[in-house]
Each structure stands twice: as structure tokens, then as C-alpha cells.
Design a protein around this ligand. Structure first.
Ligand SMILES: *[C@@H]1O[C@H](CO)[C@@H](O)[C@H](O)[C@H]1NC(C)=O
Ligand SMILES: *[C@@H]1O[C@H](CO)[C@@H](O)[C@H](O)[C@H]1NC(C)=O
Ligand SMILES: *[C@@H]1O[C@H](CO)[C@@H](O)[C@H](O)[C@H]1NC(C)=O
Ligand SMILES: *[C@@H]1O[C@H](CO)[C@@H](O)[C@H](O)[C@H]1NC(C)=O
Ligand SMILES: *[C@@H]1O[C@H](CO)[C@@H](O)[C@H](O)[C@H]1NC(C)=O
Ligand SMILES: *[C@@H]1O[C@H](CO)[C@@H](O)[C@H](O)[C@H]1NC(C)=O
Ligand SMILES: *[C@@H]1O[C@H](CO)[C@@H](O)[C@H](O)[C@H]1NC(C)=O
Ligand SMILES: *[C@@H]1O[C@H](CO)[C@@H](O)[C@H](O)[C@H]1NC(C)=O
Length: 362
């Protein structure tokens, strides 16, 4: 048997004088530079969390009172980051959200049906933060109706969830399906939440299956109902507080809007948020921190061919880039693969053909 593989490669050997990219002429933004994160002299790390302006730790490091954070490294290892002087602990912060550690409300009943209750109240600072609609109000219990009381722009709001079950065998694992676990959506703009527990029979008939009921906000997808294990566990709250975060949306400008915006610095734009306030973002072609002077820095697109294709000669420009055809090619658009066409008469290139054969005999 004879197998024959033939591979033919065509390569074009350019002999034209190809201009070298004048990399040295560009001021390339050092986007990992510390100046892009916080005000000069301010702490940027708390444990392994990065604290970016408008948030800040210490006097003069934050935009205004709503963005003051406290890093406690003396009593916590690793250090913990708190919102202002509150007891709300931050899990992480992004450009529009933060995740905070949970505070789970509970009602635990003794054999006589007498409850020990904690209402799990969480108050976000007015006009800076709201609970994200990514959260679900979640109730774990077999004999309970839990009301979620909140405030929506000064108007009281009440909703609730029903947790019912009678015997172990009907309680599913994993899905919060209404049996022993109930989840409800929350309205946009909620800044305050407190749970009030109502019970049908003080848990006396379900005591062995479910002594406590629990109520909390949970980022959708972050909570897997553990079924009977969760219903029986009196320590469900302390176990779950650190692993099921609450998502909080943050804005600057309080009740204001972009028309009064002062927080968005050079080369950034302002975006109104429908629940009040606004956020800033770097303009297209810039990246960095839009809340700091010189925070948005020009992207050198020529250094990122994957996201900014150029099949010719690339020149960075403020906010964009030019891509012109190489010598010997013509066209108007070097940014697309077939934007430049070869001009035969001007070029001196040779064509090399390589033939490669692999023969196998058996
Ligand atoms: C960018 O700035 C950081 C911090 O100032 C520094 O450690 C890093 O070496 C700089 N990178 C470049 C490419 O200049
Ligand atoms: C941050 O630190 C905590 C606690 O040490 C650790 O569990 C977590 O994985 C760390 N996160 C990152 C992104 O390094
Ligand atoms: C750290 O936390 C402890 C205990 O909650 C508190 O006594 C202490 O004042 C805090 N330190 C700072 C710097 O906030
Ligand atoms: C914050 O934490 C959540 C949950 O652990 C994770 O999914 C998310 O990617 C994190 N976000 C940032 C900006 O670190
Ligand atoms: C959850 O419900 C979905 C759809 O009803 C189902 O496909 C899935 O198997 C259930 N998961 C568990 C762990 O019960
Ligand atoms: C539940 O407990 C409350 C107060 O502990 C008591 O007033 C009420 O009668 C009890 N209800 C039932 C159905 O046991
Ligand atoms: C905006 O970006 C341009 C080009 O990078 C720079 O020259 C200019 O100083 C920036 N403007 C401000 C206000 O930072
Ligand atoms: C980029 O292209 C524009 C339009 O063709 C031209 O006006 C400008 O001078 C070019 N800039 C650079 C830096 O080459």
C-alpha cells in the first residue's frame, strides 16, 4: 500500500521596504498603573479586594459620604471591607454593582412553640444604593408565611413568600420549588428590607423536620436549596451568610441626573440610572477610571490586533486608530481583510513554492 501526502505551501516573500511600526512614538497608557484606581496616596487594597474611586478608605479618598469604606485588618484575617461605619461587609465591587455578605433573618421555635426571632434588617444608604433585581426574596420553612417589608422611594412596600411542607419525602433537593422553599422577585429601587415571620402552628407539628424558618435575599443562582438538610439545620443562617451574597446596584449623584453630573471626568460619558442617580463610563476608545482626573486613558488599539484588526499600517489616534494599506497595496480600509488590494506593478516580491511529500510504504 502506498500512501502519499502532498502539502503545498505558497508563501509570499515581501521584498518591499515594509515600514516598521513606530511603537516608540506612542505614549502607551499604563492601564495597570496605580494612578488609575484611586486618589494619590490612598489605600487601594483591603485583603485581596481592590478599592476603586469613587469608593475610598480614609479621609479625602472617597467621592462623598456614600462611598466611604472601612477596612478592618486588626480584628479580621484576612481583612474585611465594610460600607462606611456600618456592619455591612463587602464581598466584591464592580463598575455598577457590589456584592455584600448576607444577613439572614430567622425564627427558631422551641418545643413549646415559642420563637426566637431576628428580623434580618438591612438598610442601604439612601440615594446611593438599591437592591438589585438579580436577588430573590427566599424563604425556607415548613409552617411559615414571611412578609418582606421594604421602602420604595419613601413608600412602604410589602410582599411575601409561603414556606410549607409536612413530610420529608416530598421535599426536593436543589430546586426552590415551593415545597419547604419559596422564592419571589423583588421590585426595582428597594433600599431597605426587614422580614416579619408569621406561622400557622408555631412549628409544633413539624418540629422534627423544621424547627426554624429563614428569610433572606439571595443572588439568583447562588443558592441551591439543600432540602431536608436545610430545613433541619438550626445553623443554616451562619452557614449560608458568607456564601450566598446579595447584589446591590450603586450610583453616584444621589437623586440627581446627568444634567447636574459633576463626577464624570475627562474623556468619559454619563449614563442616567432609572432609579435615580447616574454612572460614568470611559468613552469608546478609552479605558480606566472615569471618576478620576486623567482616569480615562486612550487605548492603543495597535497593540490589540484581536479586538482591533488592522491588515495594514496601524496608527493610534486619540480615541481610535487609523489603518492604512501597506506600500504596494491600495484601498481605503485596512481594517477589513480584503480592504487593501495588491498593486502588481509597484511590488517586487517573489513567490516561493514548497512541496513537501511524505511517503509511507508497507
Ligand atoms: C504600570 O504601572 C505599574 C504600577 O505603577 C508598574 O508596576 C508596571 O510595571 C507598569 N507597567 C508598564 C508596562 O509600564
Ligand atoms: C480572596 O481571599 C479569600 C480569603 O482569603 C479567598 O477565599 C478568595 O478566594 C480570594 N479571592 C481571590 C480572587 O483571590
Ligand atoms: C475592627 O472591628 C472591631 C470589632 O468589630 C472593632 O472593635 C474595631 O474598632 C474595628 N477597627 C476598625 C479600624 O474599624
Ligand atoms: C464577585 O463575586 C461573585 C460571586 O462570588 C462572582 O460571580 C463575580 O464574578 C465577582 N465579581 C467581581 C467583579 O469580582
Ligand atoms: C429542578 O427543576 C428542573 C426543571 O423543573 C429539573 O429539570 C431539574 O432536574 C430539577 N433539579 C433538581 C436538582 O431537582
Ligand atoms: C404560638 O405562639 C404564640 C406565642 O408564643 C401563642 O400566642 C400562640 O397561641 C401559639 N399558636 C399556636 C397555634 O400554638
Ligand atoms: C482626553 O484624551 C486625550 C487624548 O488621549 C487627551 O489629550 C486629553 O487630555 C484627555 N482629556 C482630559 C480632560 O483628560
Ligand atoms: C487618521 O486618519 C484621518 C482621516 O483619514 C486623518 O485626518 C488623520 O490625520 C489620521 N491620523 C493619524 C495620526 O494618522
Amino acid at each position: 500500500m502506498l500512501l502519499l501526502f502532498t502539502l503545498v505551501l505558497f508563501t509570499f516573500d515581501f521584498t518591499i521596504s515594509m515600514p516598521l511600526l513606530p511603537e516608540g512614538n506612542f505614549v502607551s497608557a499604563n492601564l495597570t498603573g496605580i494612578s488609575n484606581i484611586a486618589k494619590p496616596g490612598c489605600q487601594t487594597k483591603c485583603g485581596n479586594l481592590t478599592v476603586k474611586y469613587p469608593f475610598g478608605i480614609g479621609e479625602g479618598c472617597y467621592l462623598d459620604d456614600g462611598f466611604e469604606l472601612t477596612c478592618n485588618s486588626t480584628h479580621y484575617d484576612p481583612p474585611e471591607l465594610f460600607i462606611g461605619s456600618s456592619s455591612i461587609t463587602i464581598h466584591n465591587i464592580s463598575d455598577s454593582e457590589m456584592r455584600i455578605f448576607n444577613t439572614i433573618a430567622y425564627a427558631c421555635y422551641d418545643e413549646a412553640g415559642v420563637p426566637d426571632i431576628s428580623d434580618g434588617c438591612i438598610q442601604l444608604k439612601e440615594s446611593y444604593r438599591t437592591f438589585s433585581q438579580k436577588n430573590k426574596f427566599t424563604v425556607i420553612g415548613c409552617d411559615d408565611f414571611v412578609l418582606m417589608n421594604g421602602k420604595l422611594n419613601e413608600i412602604d412596600f410589602v410582599s411575601g413568600c409561603l414556606g410549607l411542607c409536612s413530610i420529608e419525602s416530598v421535599v426536593p433537593n436543589g430546586n426552590c420549588s415551593g415545597i419547604g422553599c419559596c422564592q419571589a422577585s423583588i421590585p426595582k429601587g428597594l433600599r431597605y428590607i426587614i422580614s416579619s415571620f408569621k406561622t400557622f402552628g408555631n412549628h409544633t407539628s413539624v418540629m422534627s423536620l423544621n424547627p426554624c424558618s429563614f428569610a433572606f435575599l439571595a443572588e439568583e443562582g447562588s443558592f441551591d436549596f439543600g432540602g431536608v438538610n436545610d430545613l433541619k439545620d438550626r445553623k443554616f443562617n451562619t452557614r449560608t451568610n458568607p456564601i450566598v451574597p446579595i447584589v446591590v446596584d450603586w450610583v453616584v449623584g444621589g437623586e440627581g441626573s446627568c444634567s447636574q453630573a459633576t463626577a464624570c471626568k475627562g474623556n468619559s460619558s454619563c449614563n442616567d440610572v432609572d432609579t435615580g442617580g447616574y454612572r460614568c463610563s470611559c468613552k469608546e476608545g478609552y479605558e480606566g477610571n472615569p471618576y478620576l482626573d486623567q482616569g480615562c486613558q486612550d487605548i492603543n488599539e495597535c497593540e490589540d490586533k484581536t479586538n482591533f484588526p488592522c491588515y495594514g499600517f496601524c496608527t493610534n489616534t486619540p480615541g481610535s486608530y487609523n489603518c492604512t494599506c501597506l506600500h504596494g497595496y491600495e484601498g481605503t480600509d485596512g481594517k477589513s481583510a480584503d480592504g487593501c488590494r495588491h498593486v502588481a506593478k509597484d511590488s517586487k516580491f517573489s513567490e516561493v513554492v514548497i512541496s513537501l511529500g511524505i511517503y509511507t510504504f508497507t
